[in-house]
Design a protein around this ligand. Structure first.
Ligand code: PEP
Length: 248
């Protein structure tokens, strides 16, 4: 059976309690779409969002945007995977390019965070992607192969890990790779996963980077694209709902 499609929203440092109305509207608009919907809000909204799910008001999964590799301790400002789970998360994004750039996270750090997520019983969404300079230098496939080898831990399985291909130059810019470029990277990721993991064919592979209602259907038609990680267009139900439906 093909893996269930996943529409994941990354709210980044956006949203307040009032934003829960957007998730309510999204749930009502998307009904029982045969697609899993995941929203990764800022940590402040995780518990209120999970409570809305518990009361049947919204029907999405909740995820964190990062986690610390350790379970607890003297790490001011950080959140552990166990704490995310306690707040209602079933996923956590790790290795987003903004964290790699802003916080100097390495592939090794990302792999340790993914291990922490799995230890806590939540799934990791591991982000990979080349910079514009790397694409221009024709290094994309090498970069992706290196990041995938270094950021995806050996304990990864199709059930506990999602891989998101997010070209750094496409995030928040309105620019996207060509369909052929996305297809090439996704095929390479699939090949590497199949070579390394017994269930490599089942890992869900998301594309992320300026996905919007106008380009979603075209991107979702590409082989080995099992969903999307969406930033800006996940903040409003009016934008995210058509993307979810394009995946259905
Ligand atoms: C992201 O930050 O993961 C992302 C894909 O952002 P956007 O959709 O806004 O390009």
């Amino acid at each position: 059976m093909p893996p269930r499609k996943l529409a994941a929203g990354n709210w980044k440092m956006n949203g307040t309690l009032a934003s829960l109305a957007e998730v309510d509207a999204l749930t009502r608009d998307c009904g029982t779409a045969g697609v899993e919907i995941l929203i990764c809000p800022p940590a402040t909204l995780m518990r209120p969002m999970a409570d809305c799910i518990g009361r049947g008001i919204i029907a999405v999964a909740v995820g964190g945007q990062d986690c610390h590799a350790k379970e607890s301790g003297a790490h001011t400002g950080d959140i552990s995977a166990e704490q995310l789970r306690d707040a209602g998360a079933s996923y956590v994004i790790v290795g987003h390019s903004e964290r790699r750039a802003d916080h100097g996270e390495t592939d090794e750090d990302v792999a340790a965070k993914a291990v922490a997520a799995h230890r806590a019983g939540i799934a990791s969404v591991i982000c990979l992607g080349e910079t514009e300079a790397q694409r221009d230098a024709n290094e994309t496939l090498d970069v992706i192969a290196r990041q995938l080898a270094g950021s995806v831990p050996d304990c990864a399985t199709a059930a506990n890990t999602v891989i998101a291909y997010e070209p750094v130059w496409a995030i928040g810019t309105g620019r996207t790779p060509t369909n052929d470029q996305i297809a090439e990277v996704h095929a390479a990721m699939r090949e590497a996963l199949v070579a390394r993991f017994a269930d490599g064919a089942g890992f869900r592979l998301l594309y992320g980077g300026s996905v919007k209602p106008a380009n979603a259907a075209e991107i979702f038609a590409i082989a080995h694209v099992d969903g999307a990680l969406v930033g800006g267009a996940s903040l409003k139900a009016a934008d995210f709902a058509p993307i979810v439906k394009a995946l259905d």
